[in-house]
Design a protein around this ligand. Structure first.
Ligand code: C2E
Ligand code: MG
Ligand code: MG
Ligand code: MG
Length: 291
């Protein structure tokens, strides 16, 4: 133990380490102000129904417009936000902002046209006792439909399965909110739990489909994963579709939905509004819109 301590102390005084630690502290300080300074904003990536080509909905993705560093992507601040607990405030801002936007989009759409908004939820948000109250309150204030909200939760967060998490998941489902496993296939996926989790859909991680187009073995594997998800009574959404070939292969497998740069990058809200209003087609893919 003593040896370890010495080792740790030496490491701390390495200039690079020291610099990194200071940078992290500074970033955490700045992140604390980001919400109140109005530095966060959302982009929305289209999710497409693969069989019809229609827009099924969008996934909200947070970005940070940092005063000096410019655009900071979520992979560069969400982990820090989770470690520092700042994720709870950020997550609530994301959820409320996205629900306000959903209610606005709803006014553009025919009443019988379903449009799903997906929002990512971090593990620690699920552990927060008043998450369900917040979601309920935010739905009421914005007038958004619970059935149009889907919360994306990673496998590891779902599997930590404490009492609070289980209570939250059941209560959210009782509200009518959809639940989805995110990044399926990247964690310690175990097929034994899949049909027992209180989730409605599975979002398959892009790493599973990245080699599919030129690897028959991988293609068969993806088909098997899709069958497994269907056998568990759920629909699969595939993320990271970058080519027409991948889109076609998944369509031929009978997959429900897909998302990826092939259809569209994440877009500012106004561009999604344009899509809904004008029935504009997405780049490279024909997306038939309601109307
Ligand atoms: P995610 O939830 O799995 O989101 C998908 C990520 O893949 C997004 O990155 C998206 O821009 C990117 N992506 C979409 N299509 C493609 C494609 O065809 N190819 C490639 N290479 N990438 C694609 P982004 O926006 O940088 O977000 C990264 C991660 O940060 C998200 O992964 C999610 O885990 C987290 N995140 C983003 N927004 C939020 C949020 O509001 N709350 C929480 N808790 N986490 C968030
Ligand atoms: Mg996601
Ligand atoms: Mg994902
Ligand atoms: Mg991801």
């Amino acid at each position: 133990a003593a040896k370890e301590d010495v080792h740790r102390r030496i490491k701390v005084f390495e200039p690079v380490m020291l610099y990194r630690r200071q940078l992290r502290r500074q970033t955490a300080r700045e992140l604390r102000q980001a919400v109140s300074n109005g530095e966060l904003f959302l982009e929305y990536q289209p999710v497409v129904e693969l069989q019809s080509g229609r827009l099924q909905g969008v996934e909200a993705l947070v970005r940070w417009n940092h005063p000096s560093r410019g655009l900071v992507m979520p992979d560069d601040f969400i982990p820090l936000a989770e470690e520092t607990g700042l994720i709870v405030g950020i997550g609530r801002w994301v959820l409320h902002t996205a629900l306000q936007q959903l209610a606005q989009w709803r006014r553009l759409l025919p009443a019988d046209r379903k449009f799903l908004l997906r929002v990512n939820l971090a593990a620690s948000e699920l552990q927060s006792m008043d998450l369900v109250d917040f979601v309920r309150g935010s739905l009421r204030k914005t007038g958004a439909e619970p059935g149009e909200l889907v919360l994306e939760i990673t496998e590891s967060a779902l599997l930590s399965g404490g009492d609070v998490e289980t209570y939250s998941l059941r209560s959210l489902q009782a509200l009518g909110v959809g639940l989805e496993i995110d990044d399926f296939g990247t964690g310690y996926s175990s097929i034994s739990y899949l049909h027992r989790l209180p989730v409605d859909t599975v979002k398959v991680d892009r790493s599973l489909i990245s080699d599919m187009a030129d690897d028959d073995g991988q293609l068969r594997f993806v088909a098997a994963v899709h069958n497994l998800i269907r056998a568990a009574g759920m629909d699969a959404v595939f993320e990271g579709i970058e080519t027409a070939k991948q889109a076609r292969q998944l369509q031929e497998m009978g997959c429900c939905c897909g998302q990826g740069y092939y259809f569209s990058r994440p877009l500012p809200a106004v561009q999604v509004t344009d899509l809904l209003r004008e029935g504009r087609t997405l780049p490279q893919a024909v997306v038939v819109l309601p109307g």
